[in-house]
Design a protein around this ligand. Structure first.
Ligand code: 8YV
Length: 316
């Protein structure tokens, strides 16, 4: 077992935090800017491993302030907050927690899908307000089964979403950087082509520099006033201002969003809209899945400390 010096970046699940503190003597990076700068000036060269989560990550400046960093262990499948380009250039290895959260994130996508099309959350508010008594029936909604669904990013999570929606008799098409082997779904050459050919566009693409603003005004316009957008990936994949404008002007039929550009801030305009379902980034948020993510995070750290390898490394 190697002697490793572990830096904790951002809060972590108690079970992870306790283990890295007790078993590896991890030190928490201070939150305040000044304390952080002073801490890094004094101790930045000490750490060879950083344990963090998708919410915080090891960004460009922090990574530069850790000259002897060798590994970043990330709690979460998404690692867009970590500067992987710098990491790979410097030979720093990075792990994430893939697969263990596919079910729960896909379940969340399907929940948003049904909710937005059928108006479930809006109908719940209708009952609670007493409108059923005073106004009569809830307005008719849109059928969820049998729709054309486009999946942007047919990776691990995208594939599970597609499989779930096959059970709803949906016709699935997708766009990824390249056609995916072993699937029968129709491949669209661009996000715009995908949006033009579907009723509901589900964003399941990884965040990061390669996907920022992929869903732009053109894609949203192609989806159109009877179209719906679901995002369980990262807020950055969608041009959020364009999305808000389209929802306000009726150019888009509705949206189901678990992720936003500047979480936990949600654009004020969205709070007023009945055709939008808003969730607080809870895709993987179940006891079972978070426990599995914690286990995998700790397994990566253990493996690194034993032989310098990672169980689930991110590939450049
Ligand atoms: C977590 C996520 O909420 O795995 C991811 O990429 O977005 C979520 O599962 C997040 O990573 C926890 O910080």
């Amino acid at each position: 077992m190697k002697n490793i010096a572990v830096l904790q970046v951002g809060p972590l699940m108690p079970v992870v935090q306790e283990s890295i503190t007790k078993d590896y003597g991890a030190v928490r990076l201070p939150d305040g800017q000044e304390e952080r700068a002073e801490f890094l000036g004094q101790h930045g060269g000490t750490f060879d491993v950083a344990v963090t989560s998708g919410k915080f990550g090891v960004g460009t400046d922090l990574m530069r302030a850790l000259p002897n960093l060798r590994a970043v262990i990330n709690f979460g499948v998404g690692y867009d907050t970590t500067d992987v380009a710098q990491a790979f250039e410097r030979g720093i290895i990075v792990s994430n927690t893939p697969d263990v959260l596919n079910d729960c994130v896909a379940d969340t996508a399907v929940a948003l899908y049904v909710d937005v099309l059928r108006g479930i959350s809006a109908a719940d508010r209708f009952v609670r307000r007493g409108d059923w008594l005073s106004k009569g029936n809830f307005p008719l909604a849109t059928k969820a089964s049998g729709r054309k669904v486009g999946i942007l990013g047919l990776g691990r999570i995208g594939k599970v979403i597609a499989r779930r929606l096959e059970g709803f008799d949906c016709e699935i098409s997708y766009h990824s950087r390249n056609p995916v082997a072993g699937v029968d779904y129709r491949y669209a050459a661009s996000p715009r082509e995908l949006a033009a050919g579907c009723d509901v566009l589900i964003v399941a693409a990884a965040g990061g520099p390669g996907s920022t603003g992929l869903v732009d005004t053109g894609v949203i316009d192609a989806l159109g006033p009877r179209g719906y957008l679901i995002n369980i990936a990262r807020g950055s994949v969608v041009d959020q201002d364009a999305l808000v404008d389209a929802l306000l002007s009726g150019k888009l039929g509705g949206a189901g969003l678990d992720v936003f550009v500047d979480e936990p801030k949600v654009p004020q305009d969205l709070l007023e809209l009945e055709n939008v379902v808003l969730l607080p980034h809870l895709g993987s948020g179940t006891h079972e899945t978070r426990a599995a993510m914690a286990d995998l995070t700790l397994a990566n750290l253990r493996s690194y400390s034993e032989d310098g390898s990672l169980v689930t490394p991110v590939h450049p």
